[in-house]
Design a protein around this ligand. Sequence first.
Ligand code: GLC
Length: 478
Amino acid sequence: MKVLFVASEMAPFAKTGGLADVAGSLPFALQREGHQVSVVLPLYSKIGENYRQEMKKVGEFYVDLDWRSQYAGIFLYQKDGIDIYFVDNEFYFHRHALYGMYDDGERFVFFNKAVVHMIKQLDLETDIVHSNDWHTGLIPLYVKDFAKGDQYYKDIKTVFTIHNLKYQGIFPQSILTLAGLSFEYFHEEGLKYYESVNFMKAGIVYSDALTTVSSSYAQEIKYEFYGESLQGIIRRHEYKLMGIINGIDYDLYNPEKDQRIPYHYSLKNPGDKMKNKTALQETFGLPLNKDVPIISMVSRLVDMKGLDLVRYILDELLQGDIQVVVLGTGDKEYEDMFRHFQWKYPDKMSAHIYFNEEEAHLVYAGSDIFLMPSMAEPCGISQLIALRYGTVPVVREAGGLKDTVIPFNEFTGEGTGFTFANYNAHELLYTIKRAIDIYSEEDQWNGLVERTMKAKHDWDKSSKEYTKLYNTLLHQRW
Ligand code: GLC
């Protein structure tokens, strides 16, 4: 089967969030399932020279955007048997960041349309086009729209994956003219969202199959609290909706081999996790103490991650015998909040308000408890990394967190972490305190750590599920 995976970011080329990790690893897992997989993304100016040198130009054509015709150059980069295409247009992608521009609507209309043209231009013989989040939401529609006038597109099936419903890509109606899409698509069951056009909605409505990144999130988004005002349309398309949980790259995140951490350890030899703990305390300028539990967060600092709950309890928490380390950037109010607590509790709290891959690995390896009290979490990747490194997660039971962290049960000796249900600061505080209590019971804790490291969240199972889905689509007769 030939699959074209379309995303607006992919690690290691361009990354702002979890989508990049998925795009950087799922295609390789699908390839291992025997498919021929290609990926396509924009050629952003920030993509490094080292990669550009290895690219070769394989095509160029023009994309009509209203009365203009825009150049699209196609570059190919090959990695481990996978073709990665980059769509080049300096005007749209030579910017200081990936998104957040005044003309994002136009930029991604261009990208989506260029990708669908590219399939034919390069004669990729694509069976499945798998696109992701609002930046690629128009792709299923373009495939159907092109197929009306061009037989080449008629057998291509489309899959659309929601990674985060919060960002939807909403633009004025006039974008339709630019996109070359008929106003016939502008109705409640189509692209219309109040008086605007919604790209996420386009993906939901026009795809042949709709997925999201955990089973719980697939349920949650049918209702108001998580539905981000799209719950109605999602319910009308639930017949084609399913949740497939993400995995992580088990080679990249492997405490036994990870080049980014100073001491290697494993299930059989867990002791050296402690040495990483000392290294972490050194790096974050905290007192060296093996006995104190270190609670960590590696996160984008935005409200969705549950930081309002953290703000509420942090003062009380820091009065106990603990250390807290934070790594990440985001909204200023949360950055300042952590700076404030670091100032108030310099021996207990250390916040590195930036992102650094190396330090992230050290935090996962060196801390004891990983905190992720998200308000909403479609899948979540950090808790999977924490589990892999034997760092016990404390999470809210939302989306993928609920599906991947099994609550600890001291009577049966089961579980891989601590969970709480309601978006409530006291529940969070109580749950962290419970984790700290168990931390002081060595046998219980060691058992817990062992179970976290045994949990398996690589891509094997998920890529099999995607394969099943692709197969069903291809053999379906409408
Ligand atoms: C988004 C979601 C996150 C998910 C990731 C990859 O970043 O917020 O929960 O893990 O996409 O699917």
